[in-house]
Design a protein. Structure first.
Ligand SMILES: Cc1ncc(COP(=O)(O)O)c(C=O)c1O
Length: 468
């Protein structure tokens, strides 16, 4: 092709002609990115200024220096997850190896749609999914497929569960069903379940909220809710238990819920998007006791496993189930020795090799490194919870099951909680401000490895001053 007029570095020449120029560009870009991360403690968690967005579609190629300057401007205006005061969301600073994985995935640009387009990486994904399933205690033959986020993983699990329970729905939809399929979950379950119910054609009212305490589903109440749904002419088909709710990090009593699900003949999906990381800690993994009885599990390494976004897994107790109950074959793809293309099993078609970020992170940190990170977050949470309990002027939404703490001044209105949030922000500390059970709370997520005693001390100084 005649490529005159393109920048010298437009592509990496496969014959190596522009190797020095490409390396110079990527090294400059990488140096800039590392500089942002390495200087993150000097900037607040939330940006001070809006990004300027000039010239979105320049008529001619811009000089590399100008492009890098614009990129740096955008990075400067981005949320700063590496700031030690970033302690309010389930979004960690990325593990270094996962940054390399994102770069490598973009560079090889393989497509997880099929084995033909991602031979080694499809095999890697299948193998890692089986290894993670094993870590959760699922039996031999368990495995799964990755997805770009936990919402998609929850949707896929529920689609397979729905199609297994109502095989005719996969072909003809829901219109012929005599009874309305419903899903049971706690009121604190993630909003992606409502989205999944809409996408599956069930309607969001098909997610029945089971009562509980402090965000945890009550097993006898689940049995009652199943009976009530059946009495009302509905057809419960799945229970979604949560291991690490989004607002308080609560873990449902998985073993007891598994008993009920089994007795009632219901699919048990465990949304362990967040709390699944506890499986990596020998000290804390018993908090997930019962997860081994799940039919499917969502787990997001992009959260408490520090893998750069997005990175999520949908695991099945029987890895053959998505092929049986969801697969749509892609005849435009070559067959590879009986292997089923991952793009035929999952919701997504074309998909990047996000598994590279996960694999490199597992290789780089190892089980011991990951356990250390989880344990450190849990230890810090216990210390902060004890400090909070020493202050009668503060109330906790729930005793922590993981590394999340939601609190607020006793008797305060939402406006006062919001004012406290701003004061903390002025002190360089970002806590989030969720609405939970009708009131605003300050929410701490203690997963940031850069958060230390200094940030916690500062937080209590601000709180004590406000409470005095
Ligand atoms: C418990 C739980 N499940 C599912 C999700 C959805 O994950 P994602 O945002 O990756 O789609 C979240 C997100 O915070 C979550 O907390």
């Amino acid at each position: 092709m005649d490529l005159d007029g393109l920048p010298e570095t437009a592509f990496v020449s496969p014959r190596g002609e522009n190797r020095p120029a490409v390396q110079a560009l990527l090294q400059r870009g990488l140096a800039q990115v590392v500089e942002r991360l390495a200087g993150a403690a000097g900037r607040p968690p939330l940006p001070q200024a809006e990004a300027s967005l000039p010239d979105l579609l320049p008529a001619e190629p811009l000089a590399e220096g100008e492009i890098l300057a614009r990129l740096d401007g955008l990075l400067a205006a981005s949320m700063n997850a590496s700031a030690p005061g970033w302690i309010g969301h389930m979004d960690p600073p990325p593990a270094t190896a996962s940054i390399l994985g994102a770069l490598a995935a973009a560079a090889v640009n393989n497509n997880l749609l099929s084995y033909e387009m991602a031979p080694a990486l499809s095999r890697l994904e299948v193998a890692i999914m089986a290894r993670l399933a094993d870590l959760f205690g699922l039996p031999a033959g368990a495995g799964g497929v990755m997805a770009s986020g936990g919402s998609l993983a929850n949707l896929l699990a529920l689609a397979v569960a729905r199609n297994r329970a109502f095989p005719e729905a996969a072909e003809s939809g829901l219109c012929g069903l005599a009874r309305r399929p419903v899903i049971l979950a706690s009121a604190a379950a993630h909003t992606s379940l409502a989205k999944a119910a809409m996408v599956l054609g069930l309607g969001r009212a098909a997610v029945v909220a089971v009562p509980g305490r402090e965000g945890r589903m009550d097993p006898p109440a689940l049995a009652e809710a199943v009976a009530a749904a059946r009495a009302a002419g509905q057809a419960p088909f799945a229970v979604v238990a949560t291991a690490g709710t989004t607002v308080t990090g609560a873990i449902d009593p998985l073993a007891a819920l598994a008993e009920v699900a089994e007795a009632e003949g219901l699919w048990l999906h465990v949304d362990a998007a967040y709390g699944g990381a506890l499986a990596f800690s020998p000290r804390h993994r018993d908090r997930l006791a019962g997860i081994a009885r799940a039919d499917s599990v969502t787990f997001n390494p992009q959260k408490w496993l520090y893998v750069a976004k997005t990175c999520a897994c949908c695991l099945f107790r029987d890895a053959a189930l998505p092929a049986r109950h969801f697969r749509v074959a892609a005849p435009y793809m070559a067959e590879t020795g009986g292997l089923v293309n991952l793009g035929e099993l999952g919701l997504q078609g074309s998909r990047p090799a996000e598994v590279l970020k996960l694999w490199l992170t597992l290789q780089h940190l190892g089980l011991s490194g990951l356990a250390r990170l989880i344990d450190a977050g849990m230890a810090l949470t216990a210390e902060v919870a004890a400090e909070l309990a020493r202050r009668p002027g503060l109330e906790l939404a729930a005793a922590p099951d993981s590394n999340l703490l939601c609190f607020r001044p006793v008797g305060a209105g939402d406006a006062a909680v919001e004012a406290l949030h701003r004061r903390l922000l002025d002190a360089g500390l970002f806590l989030s401000l969720p609405l939970y059970e009708g009131r605003r709370w300050l929410r701490l997520v203690l997963l940031n490895p850069h958060t230390g005693a200094g940030e916690i001390r500062k937080m209590f100084e601000v709180l004590d001053e406000a409470l005095s």
